[in-house]
Design a protein. Structure first.
Ligand SMILES: Nc1ncnc2c1ncn2[C@@H]1O[C@H](COP(=O)(O)OP(=O)(O)OP(=O)(O)O)[C@@H](O)[C@H]1O
Ligand SMILES: [Mg+2]
Length: 326
């Protein structure tokens, strides 16, 4: 069964802009412009796109904070905007830019309040606390007021807060923003375990593509409120028409090698760089070169996913029709 279902979901904001003394201009922003997708239980999906694409707006509609202007949306069979309170016990949400914790209270007091607010059974609460404290390294932080926590510590505290009531779905809106390398990898490991062991469905928004590479098999790309891509991360390479690079070390310095399967993009002494389409195998190219040239060594470099995505974002505005795959 699909846990999350969106069918033609839209969100239009009315914005008023002052254009002069007593003059205002009314304008509509289509933040989400007809999005449809489903997420089955247990999946971990990346939701990416440039600034202002509509990611946070989508997540806010999925929690019931915002009401869609059109379309149909269900989470665990519930219409979030109509039954926000009932949905609250089934979902957890972390906004990396904001905290849901009580600023002046020690971390553990925030958790106590949530224990009561969500009416979490005592045994459940104790077990979840133990798990989060251990896996998110919170033991030393429980007595510290939230305002004194570093960003990474606070984020780990927020993730625990979102999970104390055993939600089936966890929405994460930029959970690794501003974290150092060690904290990022701790958070990622925790999310991987959560998904693998408890089967929690995760929808993750991030600008750090390493998050996606390490956590999500499926990725959705949104731009100008529209879904541009929904599929395997690897498939993005083909969309971006990107290339892989074969680096060959010849026995001696030679002019650029001749082949119809690749383009020589760089020559440096006996080393040459050959670009070929990311979607095809390197084997025929290697065989062709080996038959005609004295090879010492070779390696294949994967395309930089950052470059692929950047290209896709850049083409988004006008090339939308062409690039759109869903
Ligand atoms: N409450 C609001 N009122 C008016 N416009 C809004 C409101 N919230 C968002 N928008 C607009 O909707 C669009 C989408 O915003 P959203 O926050 O969903 O983007 P995002 O994909 O999360 O971007 P980012 O990567 O910067 O977080 C933007 O143009 C934004 O200005
Ligand atoms: Mg956002």
């Amino acid at each position: 069964m699909d846990l999350i279902e969106l069918d033609g979901v839209e969100k239009v904001f009315d914005v008023r802009r002052r254009t002069g003394f007593m003059r205002r201009e009314k304008r509509q922003v289509r933040a989400v412009d007809g999005i449809s997708f489903t997420i089955p239980r247990g999946e971990m999906v990346g939701y990416i796109g440039p600034n202002g694409a509509g990611k946070s707006t989508t997540i806010k509609m999925l929690t019931g904070i915002l009401t869609p202007s059109g379309g149909r949306l269900r989470v665990a069979g519930i219409d979030p905007a109509r039954e926000r309170t009932r949905l609250a016990s089934r979902i957890g949400v972390v906004f990396g830019q904001r905290t849901t914790l009580w600023w002046d209270l020690p971390l553990k007091d925030s958790y106590r309040l949530m224990h009561r607010m969500y009416r979490i059974p005592d045994a459940r609460f104790a077990a979840n606390m133990e798990r989060c404290v251990e896996l998110l390294d919170l033991a030393e932080l429980l007595d510290v007021p939230v305002r004194q926590l570093s960003l990474g510590q606070r984020m780990r505290g927020d993730i625990a807060a979102a999970l104390l009531h055993d939600p089936e779905v966890l929405y994460l809106d930029e959970p690794t923003i501003g974290l150092d390398v060690v904290s990022k990898s701790k958070v990622r490991q925790f999310l991987r375990d959560l998904n693998a062991e408890l089967g929690t469905t995760v929808l993750l928004t991030t600008h750090d593509l390493t998050d996606i590479e390490q956590l999500c098999k499926r990725v959705m790309v949104i731009d100008h409120g529209r879904l541009m891509y929904d599929g395997a991360l690897a498939g993005l390479h083909e969309v971006g028409e990107s290339e892989r690079m074969l680096v060959v070390d010849l026995e001696q310095e030679l002019p650029p090698v001749e082949t119809d399967l690749a383009r020589v993009v760089k020559v440096e002494g006996p080393r040459q760089w050959l670009a070929f389409p990311a979607s095809v195998s390197a084997a025929p190219l290697v065989a062709q070169l080996a038959a005609s040239y004295p090879l010492l060594d070779l390696s294949v470099r994967e395309p930089d996913i950052e470059a692929v995505i950047a290209k896709m974002y850049a083409g988004g505005a006008d090339g939308a029709q062409g690039a759109r795959l869903v």
